[in-house]
Design a protein around this ligand. Structure first.
Ligand code: ADP
Length: 206
């Protein structure tokens, strides 16, 4: 199973990704987590990435692309993977497409988590209290949404054109959302959802 999770900050991708990865028996590859590990470990990569992350800006594509290529080369990703937070730009999506074409392993689907903006903002301010992530400050959250709108949102069309998008209503109990995501993958595995999947009339982050 090779899946990409797509959705704005606060959509719950990370939480759902862990549950789905366990269910499908594939590794959960979160670029945000890998970057944060590098920052806390004080690696060269972490030093390069930290300022971008703290501001809520995207880290440069080539850095993230190299990081993901390395991660997907590990043996545990041979049977599949769940990508959380990557790709986040069209150039990243093109690099991933080429990488997977080289392995003759196209994506099975892209799960798009749909949550409206007021719910997202509430979740992020609640998380700020609990986790104290540097990029959950008001200013950084604003930047992360700007980055999402400008650079990540175009991926919805990029993947819809390829017939890969399955929408998941991501409001509700965590387990409920997980079940919806599984149903979206199972129910439509291999089916062409083009009509429903283009996501016209989106309600989130417009
Ligand atoms: P969220 O989805 O909550 O905004 P993530 O944990 O996925 O947060 O990512 C945190 C930060 O890590 C991003 O704001 C960005 O700076 C960096 N990052 C993660 N993935 C990517 C990526 N694919 N491309 C560029 N930057 C990334």
């Amino acid at each position: 199973m090779r899946l990409v999770l797509l959705g704005p900050p606060g959509a719950g991708k990370g939480t759902q990704a862990s549950a789905l990865a366990a269910r499908f028996g594939v590794p959960h590859v979160s670029t945000g987590d890998i970057l944060r590990e590098n920052v806390s470990g004080g690696t060269e990569l972490g030093r390069e990435a930290q300022a971008f992350m703290d501001r809520g800006d995207l880290v440069p594509d080539d850095l993230v692309n190299r990081m993901v290529a390395d991660r997907l080369a590990h043996a545990d990703a041979a049977a599949g993977f769940l990508l959380d937070g990557y790709p986040r730009t069209v150039p990243q999506a093109l690099v991933l497409e080429e990488l997977l074409a080289g392995r003759e392993e196209p994506l099975d689907g892209v799960l798009r988590f749909v949550v409206d903006l007021s719910e997202l903002l509430q979740r992020l301010s609640a998380r700020r209290e609990i986790e104290g992530r540097a990029d959950d400050s008001e200013e950084a959250v604003r930047r992360r949404f700007e980055e999402y709108r400008a650079k990540t949102r175009p991926l919805e069309d990029f993947y819809a054109e390829r017939g890969l998008v399955r929408e998941v209503d991501a409001v509700g109990a965590v387990e409920e959302v997980t079940e919806r995501a599984i149903a979206a993958v199972d129910g439509h595995h291999g089916a062409d959802l083009q009509g429903r999947a283009t996501g016209r009339g989106r309600s989130d982050v417009t």
